[in-house]
Design a binder for this molecule. Sequence first.
Ligand code: SF4
Ligand code: FE
Length: 486
Amino acid sequence: MALKTVQEYVDSLAAMKRNIWFQGEKIEDPIHHPLLIPSRKCLEKTYELALDPQYEDIMTATSQLTGHKINRFNHIYNSTEDLNKKTKMQRLMGRVTGSCFQRCVITDMANALYPTTYKIDQKYGTNYFERFKKFMIRVQDEDLVIAGALTDPKGDRGVKIGSDQQDPDLYLHVVERRPDGVVVNGAKCHLTGITNAHEVVVLPTQAMRPGQEDYAVGFHLPLDAPGITMIIGRQSCDTRKMEAFADIDPGNTRFGGVEAMVVFDHVFVPKENLFLNGEVDFAGMLVELFAGGHRNSYGGCKSGVGDVVIGAASLMAEYNGIEKANHVKDKLVEMTQLNEQLYACGIASGTEGWKTEAGNYMVDLLLANVCKLNVTRYPFEIIRLMEDIAGGIMVTAPSEADLRSKDIGKYIEKYLVGHNVDAEDRLRVLRLCENLALGTSAVGYLTESLHGAGSPQAQKIMITRQGQFEEKKELAKKLAKVKEEK
Ligand code: SF4
Ligand code: FE
């Protein structure tokens, strides 16, 4: 079986005994918890659309490992066209969910692990590449959701990993080596979609040096492995999903993203699950390739959510009776221009992709980093323009409970009408705007745009490396007829 149905996915999650916490309490039934349902619905969509003939070309791919038809989120990319289909899939998913849909980390990790494990084996005679391929074949054939874990808590960023660290566990590391595997201790933060995933791939957060071998560790584990605890992060307005009236106020009532901090408390990792075990010189390659792939991904997902933001702004213009005003049209055009620039950069970095020694395709790293650096800015401007059009009522409107009140509901219905729209539908779109700008969806659309796949400075470092300034100096020198030696 290479494509699961939605029901099979939900059943497979329900069969796991996972250790998930929210607000100081263990969630005993994650499948039916109101905070986790919208997050899982996003992942369900990745299964549903893969089985929809209309989206088959974008949502599925043929595995070069097996020849089987698989979900594209679990694919190793074979061509630049394949890379662009990833971007198109992500835009589609962003449009449908209006949210971070949480399944992309493995796609970008797998395409970084594939060439890196190949290179490690060449240098050290290990067998990580075969091990990784075997893992991916299972992931593809069982259509699993695999979360990724890179970011360590870090503590004081000014000290070196290892001996200078006030608490060595602030970076996940090996604390015991056994003949059959290793024991790791530490935590990973901001883990997108992990509460609805089957397994996790853990990788180092940054390049490593000799002496940091215990920290250069990469592996996969099922998320019900002993010693793993997931602690859900709070999001602005998150408990609106748990209120008695939860059909309007959450804004996006169907979908949403969830992140968690995951603690690995002396967790045993069997030898056959390891993809990196002390090869410090390859941690940097892994991180650089993963980050490049994931920075490309943002050109797809954020432009998809951007389409929803632009749609919500256009609706508010209509409901407020101002859609024909020139300044409003101008704002909608500007939002579209910015949004399409994000998409264009995602497509460009895929189109200019290259073949690795292992045979898979990697995005152009300069363009992928430029793509992500644009993502750290444009969605904020797009949201500013949306708020401008929606008006202050976006944050001052009464609640759904007031609308439903038999005593005061009539006032809401009377005073919150708009142009050809009743109060309820106007409120629904206002809450969607609020959710995208300030609520749970703002986590994915704004803060994640800034910090996800690395904060802006990380992209600037990569752009500095990839910018070929020396070569560009030569171009200028030639035209200016600068003499080489004075
Ligand atoms: Fe996918 Fe975008 Fe969410 Fe990353 S931020 S997991 S690329 S939807
Ligand atoms: Fe992300």
